[in-house]
Write a protein that binds this ligand. Structure first.
Ligand SMILES: Nc1ncnc2c1ncn2[C@@H]1O[C@H](COP(=O)(O)OP(=O)(O)OP(=O)(O)O)[C@@H](O)[C@H]1O
Length: 275
């Protein structure tokens, strides 16, 4: 479980990116974090893994207050947090398998990590994960030979190889086409359900957020202005989050034939679909 209490971030420039953010994410819950550009979504994700230092507040992962950790303790706590990035952040010249195994780097001793030696358990887990994300046949390919969707699958497998207690996902579909985006969101959601893993997904695409999240948190000017179920995301709520816009028309335009009634379409957990 993740619990944020009164988290604030003011940058040196004086920008108040986050102002008194409090919420809890229970095991297995996928939170879609939405809001206009500059609302504070990236700052929030980065405060949780301490890439950005929160100015105030506490961030509890289980019993650990992440805001109080430094040095070795912080590195150990970061092992417990899986990250999935927009630009995948793979090591391009390494193979798919090596990239997935790098999820274990925080766990192995320095000399083992230098030689990139992993235990048989780590390797068999990596194979199982590649199977799940539909890339078992590609394990020996270099990362730079993969498509965007395949790269993101490697990114997901690498994050899960860490056996994390929390997933932080930053714009996972921003560089992908609509169909691949859905497959990636389905994979992430399926993994969270299977592992009872809480997740926060920073996502610009409201329709995707709605379809693949259990809960939506809307940020505006560094504050939570909506926190509720995906089907509560009415046009009025969208206006509260993003400002005035013709939401009816936008929803129609963005639809690609899947449910647009705001309901969670309970995506199947077909992890290897459509590679
Ligand atoms: N390193 C920084 N130094 C100063 N101000 C920053 C820094 N990073 C972000 N900000 C400011 O903090 C506020 C929130 O930015 P943030 O990037 O967290 O928003 P966001 O919702 O992720 O935006 P986007 O969707 O465009 O990525 C903005 O006003 C931004 O200008």
């Amino acid at each position: 479980m993740l619990k944020l209490e009164n988290v604030s971030k003011t940058y040196k420039t004086g920008d108040k990116a986050l102002q008194g953010i409090s919420f809890e994410v229970p095991a297995g819950q996928v939170v879609g974090l939405i809001g206009p550009s500059g609302a504070g979504k990236s700052s929030l994700i980065r405060c949780i893994n301490r890439l950005v230092e929160p100015t105030a507040g506490s961030i509890l992962l289980g019993d650990t207050d992440l805001t109080r950790l430094n040095g070795r303790n912080l590195r150990q706590a970061r092992r417990r947090i899986g990250m999935i990035f927009q630009e995948y952040a793979l090591v391009e010249r390494l193979t798919v398998m090596e990239n997935v195994l790098s999820g274990r780097l925080g766990y192995v001793s320095t000399w083992r990590s230098f030689l990139r030696r992993y235990s048989p358990e780590d390797v068999s887990q990596a194979f199982a994960l590649l199977e799940k994300v539909g890339l078992a046949d590609h394990y020996n390919k270099r990362a730079d030979a993969l498509s965007g969707g395949q790269r993101q699958r490697v990114g997901i497998a690498r994050a899960l190889e860490q056996n994390p207690e929390l997933l932080l996902v930053d714009e996972p579909t921003a560089s992908l086409d609509p169909k691949t985006s859905r497959q990636i969101m389905r994979l992430i959601r399926g993994a969270c359900q299977e592992r009872s893993l809480p997740a926060i997904i920073n996502i610009h695409d409201v329709m995707l957020a709605q379809q693949f999240s259990d809960r939506i948190i809307g940020l505006r000017n560094g504050e939570v202005v909506f926190d509720g179920a995906p089907d509560e995301l009415t046009n009025d709520v969208l206006t509260r989050i993003y400002g005035d816009e013709d939401w009816t028309q936008l929803r129609g335009e963005e639809s690609d034939g899947e449910s647009t009634d705001g309901s969670n379409d309970a995506p199947s957990v077909d992890l290897a679909e459509g590679v």
